[in-house]
Design a protein around this ligand. Structure first.
Ligand SMILES: Nc1ncnc2c1ncn2[C@@H]1O[C@H](COP(=O)(O)OP(=O)(O)OP(=O)(O)O)[C@@H](O)[C@H]1O
Ligand SMILES: [Mg+2]
Length: 320
């Protein structure tokens, strides 16, 4: 099997609109040497802090790293986390359309770590109000025609409340629309081009399977019922499987070392969207997405794969 090898220029001219729930991942690293006199809890003296753009923002980061043009549409609050997200997007060259909801809170996950162990995670989040959702829909319809493909990144925090309308609009405009799903009700994703669940997500939507043939049947039934062009199941160490009409393809993982698997799913949908937006077929897109995922799991932290790393991975001999 020979696959298409991507050219940098293919991606440079490809514009992807990412819509979905954004979040800021914040890490506070501290030293713990005593127990608080106030309550039986450790006292952490904070030294280093780190920030990363998460959720849909991480998908946009992955597109920019691969050399594509990414825009991000989401809702944030009017707070310091929102300013930080905008700053991070600017640094990565991502066009951000972050709607600021008055009095709203930006989704924030604050982790306090000491000696490489998490002491606690503090979550801040708020469902967008109806005005913000209307504004998302309006902005989406205004932006859609400028892009080659749309990626919806659903983390269940409300930005994709009107996902069915978004799919219809993208289809009517002839744009591929790819969705990283959430929850057990997939009917709202009907008509999308591609869904990219992981194993746990597919199990939640379609039920458990006991062997490969049963998995294939469940995946194909779901795909047909939802009128999807394809369903891409990401299977962690087992690689990924692509289900299409009359066709099921599997690729083993290309990862040779695995350090940190967080965010690999974002890399997969980013690469798939960029390839479909650039006019690649699903088989070539899957091959490229699998290679990009292999690169990111070999890095620490929520990492991205840049174009030269992808190019190296694809030209490495001895790989599938
Ligand atoms: N442990 C692993 N070993 C090898 N490859 C892996 C591993 N985990 C992930 N990958 C690669 O990354 C791809 C996506 O990973 P996975 O199926 O875990 O997605 P995910 O659960 O959505 O990830 P996340 O939500 O953490 O971003 C896999 O298809 C595979 O190519
Ligand atoms: Mg995922």
């Amino acid at each position: 099997m020979t696959y298409r090898i991507p050219k940098h220029t293919d991606f440079q001219n490809t514009k992807i609109l990412v819509v979905g729930d954004v979040m800021l991942d914040r890490y506070w690293f501290g030293d713990v040497s005593r127990i608080s006199p106030e309550a039986p809890v450790p006292v952490a003296k904070i030294g280093k802090t780190e920030h990363r753009a998460g959720g849909a923002a991480n998908v946009a980061r992955n597109i920019a790293a691969l050399g594509g043009q990414a825009a991000l549409l989401s809702v944030v609050g009017e707070d310091e986390a929102a300013a930080m997200l905008e700053d991070l997007m600017r640094q990565d060259g991502i066009q951000s359309h972050l709607l600021h909801q008055a009095d709203g809170a930006t989704t924030l996950k604050l982790r306090v770590l000491a000696r490489n162990q998490q002491l606690i995670r503090l979550d801040f989040e708020e469902f967008p109000d109806s005005d913000s959702l209307k504004q998302i829909d309006r902005t989406y319809l205004n932006l859609l025609h400028r892009f080659d493909a749309v990626i919806l990144s659903d983390y269940g925090k409300g930005v994709l409340s009107n996902v069915a309308d978004m799919i219809q609009a993208a289809r009517a405009a002839g744009k591929p629309i790819l969705i990283d799903p959430k929850g057990s009700d997939y009917d709202k994703y009907r008509g999308a081009t591609l869904l990219t669940p992981n194993r746990a997500e597919l199990k939640e939507a379609a039920g458990a399977w006991h062997h490969e043939a049963e998995l294939t049947e469940k995946a194909q039934n779901l795909r047909r019922r939802l009128d999807l062009e394809a369903l891409l199941l990401t299977r962690s160490e087992e690689g990924m499987s692509l289900y299409r009409e009359h066709q099921t393809d599997h690729q083993p993982t290309r990862a040779q070392e695995v350090y940190d698997v967080s965010g690999a799913g974002d890399t997969v949908i980013a690469a798939m969207g960029l390839c479909l937006g650039a006019g690649y077929n699903l088989t070539d897109a899957m091959h490229i997405a699998n290679a990009a995922a292999g690169v990111v799991v070999a890095k620490l932290g929520t990492a991205v794969c840049d174009f030269s790393e992808l190019d190296n991975a694809l030209s490495d001999s001895g790989n599938p």
